[in-house]
Design a protein around this ligand. Structure first.
Ligand code: PMP
Length: 390
């Protein structure tokens, strides 16, 4: 029997960008002590009080089918979070609870693209983006941002690619670059969306991790609330990656259609998970800051290490749990550098090329290990780059 073309071509052919990661995992399995700076997952686990609430809710019986759009309580809390943070009046009718941000990205594209429609995305990109667009049978169209612009997208580049497109997917704070889009960048993006009648899908899963500047949600810009779907998640803000709880915030008519989609696909998110998410969000910004604090601290430590040498330079690290390092002085591709670094120093980082051609000659470092080990690994990485730069 033949599987669908959609599913067999999901990854688009070629390397999936995880070679270095897989090699590192194999080395670890063979007993080699590898310092892993690859994956975007906190080095802490979900806080005990959140788990206690999850347990309480489950024991109290919230284990049956939960309301498909999300519990009213969680939808209200998420709505209030967006009203507070963006000034855009938001109610539960603007909110669908989803099984994580990834599922929100998928559903958002189902809602706004038909098979064959062109869906725009920016390079460098979070690894799943092209596959997510192909999974809805959209035609992904990549727009390169430039290292020389510190990966802030240019409105003119987006406009030049926008002909015939239906949607644009953006991500700020950005994985993999760590860049937070400026007001000028967001204004430019909003204008292109209005001029070319594009839906904007705004992946804001790192909105609680901003080290420099300010997170601007494009939904708050003039004329944008009606054409923007914000994808959010508990994963990064509350160290709840495994709980699979996220959301889409958007216009009520689209949310109503998305509820139909959820009814026929996910059938919602477990009630005890939603109760725990509601509890976590009710703790306020202080908890989110506490969870983000190790990354803020490590980013400051990294800046000190990088200031002491010249072989590696840091793309402005404004947000999210990653650093993007420019290693072009070594003359190596990100992929060769990452492979050689793994062999020589047993340090695993992600090649920039895993996230698109625009990040060639870069590597992404996840700030997800203890401070001392992180600093030591970064010092060794810089020293190794110095050696290779000769
Ligand atoms: N968007 C970006 C940019 C991400 O980095 C991730 C996870 N690494 C996601 C979405 C999906 O996260 P989740 O499904 O856990 O909410």
């Amino acid at each position: 029997m033949k599987p669908s073309q959609r599913i067999t071509t999901l990854l688009g052919g070629g390397s999936d960008g995880w070679d270095v990661f897989n090699k590192a995992r194999d080395m670890i399995a063979d007993g080699v002590p590898v310092t892993e700076l690859t994956i975007g997952e906190h080095d802490i686990r979900t806080a005990a009080p959140i788990l206690q609430e999850m347990h309480r809710a489950a024991m109290a019986g919230h284990t049956g089918y939960a309301s498909v759009p999300g519990t009213s309580k969680l939808r209200d809390i998420v709505a209030a979070r967006y009203t507070d943070r963006t000034g855009v009046p938001t109610t539960r009718d603007n909110v669908l609870i989803t099984p994580g941000g990834q599922s929100a990205l998928f559903a958002a594209h189902v809602a706004v693209t038909d098979p064959g429609d062109v869906a725009l995305y920016l390079d460098p990109y979070y690894a799943t983006y092209p596959g997510t667009l192909r999974s809805v049978s959209a035609q992904p169209r990549r727009i390169a941002t430039r290292a020389d612009d510190a990966f802030q997208p240019r409105a003119s580049d987006i406009a030049a690619a926008a002909e015939g497109a239906k949607s644009l997917l953006i991500n700020s704070p950005n994985n993999p670059t760590g860049v937070v889009y400026s007001q000028a960048t967001m204004d430019g993006i909003a204008q292109v969306c209005i001029d070319h009648d594009l839906w904007l899908i705004s992946d804001e899963v790192y909105d609680s991790q901003v080290w420099e500047g300010q997170h601007i949600s494009p939904r708050a810009l003039p004329g944008m609330a009606e054409r923007t779907l914000v994808c959010g998640s508990m994963s990064k803000s509350h160290a709840m990656t495994g709980s699979r709880c996220g959301w889409i915030v958007g216009p009520p008519d689209i949310i109503a259609y998305l509820i139909d989609l959820a009814t026929n696909t996910t059938y919602g998110v477990p009630g005890y998970i939603q109760d725990a998410a509601a509890f976590a969000l009710e703790q306020g910004a202080e908890l989110e800051e506490e969870i983000a604090a190790p990354f803020r601290r490590r980013r400051a430590l990294a800046k000190e290490v990088i200031a002491k040498q010249n072989a590696v330079s840091l793309v402005p690290a404004q947000g999210a749990m990653y650093l993007m390092l420019d290693i072009r002085s070594t003359g190596l591709s990100g992929e060769d550098f990452a492979n050689d670094l793994l062999d020589a120093e047993h340090i695993a980082v992600m090649p920039g090329e895993s996230f698109g051609d625009a990040a060639a000659g870069h590597v992404r470092v996840a700030m997800t290990i203890a401070d001392d080990s992180f600093v030591a690994a970064l010092e060794r990485l810089c020293k190794y780059a110095e050696g290779r730069a000769g």
